[in-house]
Structure formats: structure tokens, C-alpha cells
Design a protein around this ligand. Structure first.
Ligand code: PBG
Length: 356
């Protein structure tokens, strides 16, 4: 009777040497996955707090207000904002973006509050620049937080979101933000030609050193739901004219990819310094695509709905929040993003530190 080892040899000869470990493989990708040190040596992408832009909501009240669908993100009163931004700085975060919850009484059809020099955002920028001059401050340029119609542009009496008429307000808004000390102006309105017009206005007013991070490929997405709740900024029919219920006539159709390249080319020609894709997660292909098309830095916006989904599943114990967040943020880097706007910024910076 054949011995065990003879049997094994016979078997492995027949079965491509599997059991004896003698498969004739030249390439064994697992060699470089064997230890943590090897894995870190060949890692193609890394996350750093320097990659993050931390979005913050501000309001006129004097309480820190929580936002139901965005656990951990708050509406900050100005006198608590500096403390929160200092916390981010101490975690290694070097950039923030501000969004205002504007009192209902200040919202109008022409959204003129958006260029009020004494408005909430100009005051927030001035305060932060005074206390923390090194922190990069990005702003959002669009009318929606200030519009009684809840649109990013001016809505005509027959319900059209007007392009060219809106641009003047956007330019005024951008100049006021730059004057207050903003480092990067972020047009999120998706009006045609706004990047070039804002660039010209900034230059005319002596702000040639202020950059533009353009929401280049901004899709008409249901993932913005929690953000609109945070600012109470969704389109609404509270006036005597027809108000479009969606932003589909200016934000991009989620079905389109080639169109993102057109937007990117226009933004580059018009003088954008950084291109952004928004939302990020369902649009990783678009990030990848713009990375191939442009040499400019690319930013991904990990938007409110993406944040809410992770938080909701983590709260139920269905996923491990830390692992899912770090994996998600890394996916933006892998797709080709240099920068990530994320509400997870402080948590992620903390986790990166403890895993470092
Ligand atoms: C405003 C603006 C929106 C977001 C950023 N700037 C909402 C929208 O376009 O309706 C969404 C951010 C998020 O969901 O986290 N123009």
C-alpha cells in the first residue's frame, strides 16, 4: 500500500501541486501583502489630514444646534466657531468651508443678503482670519441659502432660473467674501460663465491672489438632502410664481459623464484653480475622468447624504464606522482626487493619528 506521502505526491502531481505548495507560479502578488510593513511600503495612496476640507455650518443663534440627519455636524454660533476650528487645526486640518443658515426674515427673491458685507459669512471669515490667520478658508458662492425661492440663481416671474442676471450677484458675493479674508472662493451655483466672471471681478477689486475652487461637475443629486435640511435651503413654492422643484436646469444630469469634461474645460479656460466633483462616492468615475483630462488639483465632495448613510448604519451597528469612513475617503484619493471635502474630517484625522 502506498504511504501517505506517496499518495500526496501522486495527488499533487495530478492536482497542479496544490497541496504540496509546488505550484509553478512566477507571480505571487501575496508576497507583498504578507506583513504590515510590506503592505505599507507598496501602498499606492495615502490619506492625510492635509487632504481634508472641513465643512462647517454657521448660524445667528447662540446655541450649538444639532442636525437630525447629520449626527456630529452642527450649526455653530459665531462665538463657538473659533473653538471648533481650533480643534480641527490641532488635528492637522488646514482648510475649512463655511455655509450659512440664514434667518428666514433675511431671505428674499433676489437673495441680496448674499453680498451684505456685514452678513453672517463675512463676519465669520473676519473672526476666523483674526484668530487663526493660517487656516485656509473656502467659501460657497450661490444664492440658495439667501433665496426665498430656495434656488442657486434668481428665479424669473415665469419660473426660469436666470443665468446671466444671477452672475452679477455671484460676483458681488465673491468679492465680499474675498474682502473679508477668504482664501478660496467656491462657486457651487452651476451658472454658465460664472468662473470667468468671478475671476474678473476678483482681479478688478485687487484680489488676484484669491483662488477659485470651482464646483465643476456638480450633479443634480438626491444626496444633498441632509444639507438642505441643515440650511433650510431646499426649493420651495412660497411666492406667487412657479418655482422649479428641482435644480435640474442647472445642476448636471447624473446620467452624463462626457459633459463633465466640457464643464472642466470651460472652468480651466475661465481661470479655475481647483476643479471639484460633487457628490463624490457615486461619481468616482467622474473624478477619475477629470484626473485624466486636467492637470489642475481635483477635489471630491463627500456630501451630506453620503455622510448620513454611514452614520445611520454605524449607529445600528451594521458597519464599522471608522473602517468604512477611512476606506471611503481613500477611494476618493485612488480615483484621482487630491482634496476631499468631508464632514468626517475631524474623526478621520483622529483615526489616522491613532493608526499612524
Ligand atoms: C449650495 C450647495 C449645496 C451643497 C453645497 N453647496 C446644496 C445644493 O446644491 O442644493 C451640498 C453639500 C452637501 O450635500 O453636503 N449650492
Amino acid at each position: 500500500m502506498a504511504s501517505f506521502s506517496e499518495n500526496l505526491k501522486l495527488f499533487s502531481d495530478q492536482q497542479s501541486h496544490v497541496l504540496s505548495g509546488l505550484m509553478d507560479l512566477t507571480y505571487r502578488p501575496r508576497r507583498l501583502r504578507r506583513t504590515a510593513s510590506l503592505r505599507s511600503m507598496v501602498r499606492e495612496n495615502n490619506l492625510s489630514p492635509n487632504d481634508f476640507i472641513y465643512p462647517l455650518f454657521v448660524h445667528e443663534g447662540n446655541q450649538v444646534e444639532s442636525i437630525a440627519a447629520m449626527p456630529g455636524a452642527n450649526r455653530w454660533p459665531l462665538d463657538r466657531l473659533v473653538g471648533e476650528v481650533e480643534r480641527a487645526w490641532n488635528l492637522g486640518i488646514r482648510s475649512i468651508v463655511l455655509f450659512p443658515k440664514v434667518s428666514e426674515a433675511l431671505k428674499t427673491e433676489d437673495a441680496a443678503e448674499c453680498f451684505n458685507e456685514k452678513g453672517l459669512i463675512p463676519r465669520a471669515i473676519q473672526l476666523l482670519k483674526q484668530e487663526m490667520p493660517e487656516m485656509t478658508i473656502m467659501t460657497d458662492v450661490a444664492l440658495d441659502p439667501y433665496s426665498s425661492d430656495g434656488h442657486d440663481g434668481i428665479v424669473s416671474p415665469d419660473g426660469i432660473v436666470l443665468n446671466d442676471e444671477t452672475i452679477e450677484s455671484l460676483c458681488r458675493q465673491a468679492v465680499v467674501q474675498a474682502h473679508s479674508g477668504a482664501d478660496l472662493i467656491g462657486p457651487s451655483d452651476m451658472m454658465d460663465g460664472r468662473v470667468g466672471a468671478i475671476r474678473e471681478s476678483l482681479d478688478d477689486e485687487g484680489f488676484e491672489h484669491v483662488g477659485i475652487i470651482s464646483y465643476t461637475a456638480k450633479y443634480s443629486s438626491a444626496y444633498y438632502g441632509p444639507f438642505r435640511e441643515a440650511l433650510d435651503s431646499a426649493p420651495r413654492g412660497n411666492s406667487n410664481k412657479p418655482i422649479p422643484k428641482t435644480k435640474n436646469t442647472y445642476q448636471m444630469d447624473p446620467a452624463n459623464a462626457r459633459e463633465a469634461i466640457i464643464e472642466a474645460q470651460l472652468d480651466e479656460q475661465e481661470g479655475a484653480d481647483i476643479l471639484m466633483v460633487k457628490p463624490g462616492l457615486a461619481y468616482l468615475d467622474i473624478i477619475h475622468c477629470l484626473r485624466q483630462e486636467s492637470q489642475l488639483p481635483i477635489a471630491a465632495y463627500n456630501v451630506s447624504g453620503e455622510f448620513a448613510m454611514v452614520k445611520a448604519a454605524a449607529e445600528r451597528g451594521w458597519i464599522d464606522e471608522r473602517s468604512v469612513v477611512l476606506e471611503t475617503l481613500l477611494s476618493f484619493k485612488r480615483a484621482g482626487a487630491d482634496l476631499i471635502l468631508t464632514y468626517h474630517a475631524c474623526d478621520a484625522a483622529k483615526w489616522l493619528r491613532s493608526s499612524g
